[in-house]
Design a protein around this ligand. Sequence first.
Ligand code: SAH
Length: 213
Amino acid sequence: MIDNYRHKGLRRKLAEEIRQKGIRDERVIGAIERIPRHFFLDSSFVEFAYQDKPFPIGSGQTISQPYTVAFQTELLEVKKGEKVLEIGTGSGYQACVLLEIGAKVFSIERHHSLYIKTKALLQKMGYNARLFYGDGYKGLPAFAPFDKILITAAAPEAPPELLKQLKIGGMMVVPVGSGGTQVMMRITKVDEGKYELNDFGQFRFVPMLGNKE
Ligand code: SAH
C-alpha cells in the first residue's frame, strides 16, 4: 500500500472540490484530505479513486461518492467521543471518515465477503472501528443506545428497531425511498416515540436488503 505525493495532491484537489460543492464542516473536509481512498478500491480503479464518484467494490456493492459521504457525515454533527452506528460498512471508507472526526464507530455489513475484506483492511491501516457481520435492520441492541445512526443504503423507511436504539437527543441520517432515488432524511429523537424530521434533497443509493433477500 503506497500513498505518495501524487495521491496526496489528488486528495487535496478532491477536498477542494467537495468544499466548492457546499460542504462546510472543515473536520469532514480534513478527513477526506487525510484518508487514502485508493486503498479502499480494487486495484483496477485506483486511478479513479480521487474523482468525486462512486465505484464498485465487489459483491455488487459500491463505495459511496466522496461528496455523499461528506454530506451525510456533516448532517450527523458528530461530537468527539460520540457512539455512532453505521449500517452498510461496505469498503469501510465512511467508517474511517467518522473515526477521523473523533467518533467511536460501530458498523454492520450483511455481505460476509465484504465484512472480512474490510475488517482486514482497516486493521492494516490502523483504524479502530468495531465491525459486525449481520442484518443492519436489527442494529446492535447489546451496544445501544447510540448518539448517532448513519444508514448508507437506501431504506424504504427509517427502521423502527434502529430508532429504538437511538439516544434521546440523538439523530439518524437515512436515505429514504424504494424507487430510483431517495430523499436524505435527518431524524432527531426528541423524546421516546417522538421524532423531528428534516429532508435534505435527493440522492441515489444501493438498496438496503433484509436477511433473506
Ligand atoms: N458505507 C459504505 C458504502 C456502502 S454501500 C462505504 O463507505 O463504502 C451500502 C452497503 O450496505 C453495502 O455494502 C451493502 O452490502 C450494505 N447493506 C445492504 N443492506 C444491509 C443490511 N440490511 N445490513 C447491513 N448492511 C447492508
